[in-house]
Write a protein that binds this ligand. Structure first.
Ligand code: NAD
Length: 319
């Protein structure tokens, strides 16, 4: 059985092993696959794994042997799942592997906006402390989070996990979710409407999926409803934010800081307005990527394929 991994590098740049998949068939792993090479590489394959390489209806139709597509991520919009269903191809995803890692990264981004650890450390190495007249200095206002409101948009697995950390920092949680679960409310966690969250949050963290209903949820109008000096964190999906609107709000000072692990186009072009916006921290989509979290992803991918081969597939997204 021929198994092809089209873009394995980001999952396993060399610190993990493919042996779980090797045991299940004749495995070929490509680090990355340009779109004009996809058809050639999946020829005669029964099993394909993709992370971000698109599999369109036309591509899937060309490969009569294909029985299974394993997406090496949670989001599976890279595969035309309806076409796959019509063709009798099972598509699976990895629903949960990085909840704690993404919540931890969200916290890192938030704390970076509060303390600018990286920048201060760099300044010290460049002689800034050595040459300073006083015994200490800081380049930005430093911010204490205790007592402030964290607005969490999308109170699912990652949102709740981040909220626990924010609570430990002394923050009050204002949660907004399309499907509120009142059992999660407590002295420090309450559900609010989106408008209430926008009006009361000192920090807004995005954890909802990218749907038509959430695309551009942070825009000129929603920003106008926010407190002056709000901070925004996005570790979910870039298109949740209208980037020109956020850049304008950062440059005017309405938004005091933004810390973003995701952008609307990845990799971004250098003319993305957030690249030059004031007080904007951008990381290259790394929230999911600690070794522990990628190892979990790999284990689940192997388990998904084993269950498919055994005739009882799990994590199927195109039933
Ligand atoms: P989840 O499904 O557990 O939680 C999402 C929550 O959003 C749910 O509670 C859902 O009810 C809510 N929601 C859905 N539609 C909404 C709407 N219109 N308005 C408000 N809330 C809405 O998902 P999760 O595991 O917490 O993951 C959240 C997101 O994190 C994913 O969709 C993905 O985009 C992102 N993610 C990013 C990385 C990264 O590396 N940066 C890694 C993994 C996941």
């Amino acid at each position: 059985m021929k198994i092809v991994v089209l873009d394995g590098y980001t999952l396993n740049p060399g610190d993990l092993t493919w042996e779980g998949l090797e045991k299940l068939g004749e495995l070929i792993v490509y680090d990355r696959t340009p779109e004009d090479k996809i058809s050639e590489r999946i020829k005669d394959a029964e099993i394909i794994f993709t992370n971000k390489t698109p599999l369109t209806k036309e591509t899937l139709e060309q490969e009569p042997n294909l029985k299974y597509v394993g997406v090496l991520a949670t989001g599976y919009n890279v595969v035309d799942v309806d076409a796959a269903k019509e063709l009798g191809i099972i598509v699976t995803n990895i629903p949960t592997y990085g909840t704690t890692a993404v919540a931890q990264m969200t916290t890192a981004l938030l704390l970076e906006m509060c303390h600018h650890v990286g920048e201060h450390s760099e300044e010290v190495r460049n002689g800034g402390w050595t040459n300073n007249v006083d015994w200490c200095f800081w380049n930005h206002p430093l911010i204490e989070l205790a007592g402030k409101n964290a607005g969490v948009i999308g109170f699912g697995r990652i949102g709740q996990n981040f909220a626990k950390i924010a609570e430990a920092l002394g923050m009050n949680i204002l949660a907004y979710d399309e499907y509120p679960n009142k059992d999660l409310e407590s002295d420090t966690v309450k559900y609010v409407t989106l408008d209430e969250l926008l009006a009361e949050a000192d920090v807004i963290s995005l954890h909802c999926p990218l749907f038509e209903s959430t695309e551009g949820i942070i825009n000129k109008d929603s920003i106008a409803k926010m407190k002056d000096g709000v901070m925004i964190v996005n570790t979910s999906r870039g298109p949740l934010i209208v980037e020109e609107d956020l850049a304008e709000a950062l440059n005017s000072g309405k938004v005091a800081g933004a810390a973003l692990d995701v952008l609307s186009v990845e990799p971004p072009t250098m003319d993305n307005p957030l690249m030059t916006a004031k007080n904007c921290i951008i990381t290259p989509h790394i929230a999911w990527a600690p070794t522990e979290s990628r190892a979990r992803l790999m284990d689940i991918a192997v388990d998904n394929l084993e269950k498919f081969i055994a005739g009882s597939p799990i994590n199927v997204v195109n039933k």
